[in-house]
Design a protein around this ligand. Structure first.
Ligand code: XUL
Length: 606
């Protein structure tokens, strides 16, 4: 058996999976319901310390680990059968350890099984809290990081308040005693690996992309950014002495540890065997291997055999789009991380604020009945793109970055080629307006990551429902740039190749993936070459973690990198999880929508 752990913001889950990749059971605890959670007064797993500072108390996690494992023990779970453990954790959060590695080893390699983890690790941390991804207290740091360097190009993401490098800078600047007292900094993912092994574990390569510190091009830390994190930059901190800066650089490198980004075996190599504490307390075998945990979004894509140019569209309260790509084409409006299991591949991630909530608000405001029936009927009745578009951000948006704004009534006039920004239109146009603009926004940003990708050309359709293009509804690229001279998104010119680039396959998850009209519209606009699929997977991150453990174990047994997707496909019960659906052949007609989207976005972000 293999275990997939998932340390989320609100709960800890452990999923049990057979070596044939069949999930058996999930054990979990909710932090808010634990006595220690109540003692700290956490809500939804976090504490609000004021001024945008959102943290998770580490003691709660330690207690939760013992509690879930105890739950499993009480259930008669056969720990002896576990060959390997991997998993994931909330991204960007960091843990500040005070202890030396010897102290950590002493605590976890001794086998006094009566002592809870919490007790064993008393005094192990220099800061009792882990900054959470919802933290927004690092405005000053974000500004400096953004100014200092071309961040997207170097690190795969622009500066974000939640990113670890900014959080470290805040701590080294405002709590120098904590920083100086810290011997090691873990991400939440490597914190669990560390605990399970009983030795400081290196950061996992893919999750390290969420720090604004790791250089994706040189595959090493970026010194300039490390100096910012250590608050020892010449420009921003006035540290004139080169030797003082160098000392600070070496110190932060020691705290962060090394990352092996070059060898393909680093993707599957174990981080060590399980620590004696867990062996004697719960009955794991001493042979149980621990594999480096990754970030939760990164583990999600591991739950499906996703190849290059396959996209996973999560239609929840907010919308998140994940894509596997071999094309490193960074932008401030999405993230690129190294792929956790595919060598020389990346995971692209677009995070929108406005998703289901925005669609529901439009539905409730604009239609008489607050049901999806009327909304869906309108969506289904649209036989081609009608040249009308709006922007609907009832909440401030990240992509593109703008305060809350709703901008309707933008219409293209095919006779004059003009764009009327105050068109008169039926309120029902907003139904298509919001879904069209949300899907178009995903299409363009995905195109940035797909364009030039070597595999986009070789993608082979698997099933026969790929949208054939309807030439009569298409607008030639030369006309598109004629009508929309400023054809650009996020400051990047939209090329002919981008307008016509298709993902390979699109998979839909999250609440709104149960609305067939909405996903059909997304599928029509995104136009994947090899099909659209609705996915039914519960506990995707934990499952992806368990799969990574099983795959890593197999690679180690064979002493070579096995292709991750081939490994999954061998066991994967496709029909159990995914269901294909047909879409309309209107991909080309929506090229005009890209023109309108660029006008709308450029007018609100100027
Ligand atoms: C991703 C992010 C969140 C957390 C949630 O950048 O901040 O999705 O990973 O756990």
């Amino acid at each position: 058996m293999f275990l997939g752990w998932d340390l989320l913001t609100q709960q800890l889950k452990i999923l049990v999976c057979l070596d044939t990749l069949i999930p058996l059971q999930v054990y979990s605890v909710e932090f808010d319901t634990l006595p220690i959670g109540k003692k700290y007064g956490v809500r939804k797993g976090v504490l609000d310390l004021g001024e945008g500072c959102i943290v998770s108390p580490i003691e709660i996690w330690l207690d939760a680990i013992d509690l879930v494992l105890q739950q499993m023990k009480n259930d008669g779970f056969e720990f002896l059968k576990v060959k390997g453990i991997c998993g994931s954790a909330q991204q960007h959060g960091s843990v500040y350890w005070k202890w030396s590695n010897e102290q950590l080893q002493d605590a976890l390699k001794s086998t006094n099984e009566n002592e809870p983890l919490l007790q064993k690790l008393l005094g192990a941390f220099s800061y009792n809290y882990s900054p959470n991804w919802q933290d927004h207290s690092t405005g000053k740091e974000a500004q400096i990081f953004k100014e200092a360097i071309d961040l997207p190009k170097v690190t795969g993401s622009t500066s974000h308040l939640r990113f670890t490098g900014l959080q470290i800078r805040k701590i080294s600047r405002t709590m120098p005693e904590v920083y100086n007292d810290t011997s090691r900094i873990s991400l939440v993912s490597s914190f669990i690996t560390t605990l399970l092994v009983g030795d400081y574990s290196d950061l996992e390569l893919a999750d390290a992309g969420g720090m604004n510190l790791f250089d994706m091009n040189t595959n090493d830390w970026n010194d300039e950014l490390l100096l910012l994190a250590a608050s020892h930059s010449k420009i921003y901190d006035g540290v004139e002495s080169a030797s003082e800066r160098d000392e600070a650089l070496q110190e932060i490198k020691r705290k962060l540890g090394k990352i092996d980004a070059l060898s393909s075996s680093s993707l599957y190599k174990n981080a060590g065997r399980i620590a004696p504490y867990f062996v004697s307390k719960y009955g794991f075998t001493t042979d149980c291997k621990i594999y480096p945990m990754t970030g939760d979004n990164l583990a999600t894509i591991l739950a499906l055999p996703l190849q290059a140019n396959d996209a996973l569209v999560s239609l929840g309260t907010s919308t998140t789009v994940l894509i596997v790509t071999d094309n490193y084409n960074p932008s401030p409006n999405y993230h690129l991380f190294k792929h956790p299991t595919l060598h020389n591949h990346y995971m692209g991630m677009i995070c929108y604020c406005n998703g289901s909530l925005a669609r529901e608000q439009i539905r409730d405001q604009l239609l008489e009945s607050s049901t999806w029936n009327e909304f869906n009927q309108i969506l289904d009745s649209q036989s081609k793109f009608d040249g009308k578009l709006g922007i609907y951000f009832p909440l401030g948006e990240i992509v593109p970055t703008t305060p809350a704004k709703i901008y309707r009534r933008c219409e293209f006039d095919p006779t004059t080629g003009a764009v009327n920004m105050k068109s008169l239109w039926d309120i029902k146009n907003d139904v298509c307006g919001i879904v069209d603009s949300q899907a178009l926004s995903c299409r363009v940003r995905l195109a940035f990551m797909l364009a030039h990708s070597k595999s986009s050309k070789s993608a082979t359709p698997e099933i026969d429902n790929n949208p054939s293009e309807n030439a009569s509804d298409s607008i030639p690229y030369k006309d598109l740039v004629h009508y929309f001279p400023d054809l650009s998104i996020d400051g990047t010119k939209i090329t002919k190749e981008m307008v016509s680039s298709h993902p390979n396959r699109c998979f839909y998850v999250g609440g709104a993936s149960n609305n067939s009209s909405i996903i059909r519209k997304f599928g029509t606009i995104l136009g994947p070459l090899a099909g659209n699929f609705k996915v039914e997977i519960s506990n995707a991150c934990a499952l992806g973690g368990a799969y990574k453990a099983a795959w890593s174990y197999a690679c180690e047994e064979e002493n070579q990198l096995i292709d991750y997707n081939e490994y999954l496909e061998k066991y994967y019960k496709k029909d159990q999880y995914i269901e294909s659906f047909d879409v309309d052949s209107l991909f080309e007609s929506y090229s005009l929508g890209i023109g309108l989207l660029s006008v709308l976005e450029n007018s609100i972000t100027k």
